[in-house]
Design a protein around this ligand. Structure first.
Ligand code: SF4
Length: 334
């Protein structure tokens, strides 16, 4: 019997797939690549990286679909709302199950395996919402959750004898201990992205995202990628400044620059690369230079010379500015 196993790179999905494999199922590993996956930041290569190694360890070939644009649409208008931060988990899971269903049909698989644990996540892993998600995605009764199956009504694959319910588990709640214990038992001791994770559940990121959605409702994936980097300052309703926090971020900020963005760089001292996006007048350019100066290595000096230019043009200006005071600085910080 063939099933689609949703693999995130986290421990739970690896365990669930391993249990199903040990029960003799033929598994097809499937993953949805989101720009908000935290494994992206950790692994530097997208959540696909974590899922890929997890699948590889299980001896499975991973198929991943990029849903960046669909996720952005969901974030703009989630049908089922947000969780405690900007996480539209119910809509996001519906999308995942819909994609898994398409793949299941294409590969003539019979059902879906997930690593969900009843009660582990407040928004999407309660009985009512699990059922709602299945219904909305058109996979009702066809999702087997090996880690918590015994806490739930038997699914169609269990009732049909495609998978042995007796050998599935009854884990529930937020504690990770049972999974860690099980991992030891099954000999799984190296998993790439232990607790998974999503930027949309992070309060700091959510604050920046709300700001972006408020001032730039037609935001793009580039704007989202920029939100993951640096310190953000709201200069006016249609201008913001992003200040790199290290060399890696400075480089990434440059790579995300659009035509018309302003780039600010320190002259003669070590300091951050900053990007100004939006409409800047002379006062705002000066303010941006002052913010950039605050993060330069000034060796006790209170002024800095900051070069700025429009990307990708060659023409530059330089301003010598006083470092912005802390109180004023934080009044602009998002
Ligand atoms: S935490 Fe993030 S990835 Fe997970 S369901 Fe919610 S929105 Fe989707």
């Amino acid at each position: 019997m063939k099933a689609v196993a949703l693999i995130s790179g986290g421990l739970d999905s690896t365990l669930a797939a391993k249990i199903a494999q040990d029960l003799g199922l033929e598994l097809l590993a499937f993953n949805m690549k989101s720009p908000f996956c935290l494994c992206d930041l950790r692994a530097g290569n997208g959540c696909i990286h974590g899922a890929l190694s997890a699948a590889k360890r299980l001896g499975l070939k991973l198929v991943s679909v990029d849903v960046s644009n669909e996720i952005l649409e969901i974030i703009r208008r989630p049908r089922f709302g947000y969780g405690s931060n900007m996480n539209p988990c119910i809509d996001c899971r519906i999308l995942l199950f819909k994609k898994a269903k398409e793949y299941m049909r294409k590969e003539a698989a019979s059902f879906i395996i997930t690593g969900e644990v009843l009660g582990q996540r407040p928004m999407s892993q309660r009985i009512f919402t699990m059922r709602l998600i299945e219904r909305e995605a058109g996979v009702e009764g066809f999702v087997v959750r090996p880690l918590c199956a015994k806490m739930l009504e038997p699914t169609i694959p269990e009732k049909s004898g495609w998978i042995d319910r007796e050998r599935l588990l009854g884990i529930s709640g937020r504690s990770r201990k049972p999974q860690i214990h099980l991992a030891k038992e099954l000999g799984i001791n190296d998993y790439p992205c232990p607790s998974g994770g999503c930027l949309l559940t992070d309060p700091g990121f959510s604050k920046r995202l709300k700001d972006l959605m408020h001032y730039t409702p037609d935001f793009s994936l580039n704007d989202i990628n920029l939100l993951k980097l640096g310190r953000h300052f709201r200069i006016s309703h249609n201008a913001k400044l992003i200040v790199g926090r290290n060399e890696g971020e400075n480089e990434k900020i440059m790579n995300l620059a659009h035509e018309g963005d302003y780039i600010f760089l320190p002259q003669d001292v070590i300091g951050p690369t900053c990007m100004g996006r939006g409409d800047f007048n002379q006062d705002m350019l000066k303010l941006s230079c002052q913010i950039a100066a605050r993060y330069c290595d000034l060796n006790g000096n209170i002024t800095a010379r900051i070069i700025y230019k429009r990307f990708p043009g060659e023409e530059e200006d330089v301003r010598e500015v006083f470092v912005l005071g802390e109180k004023e600085l934080y009044s602009y910080r998002i």
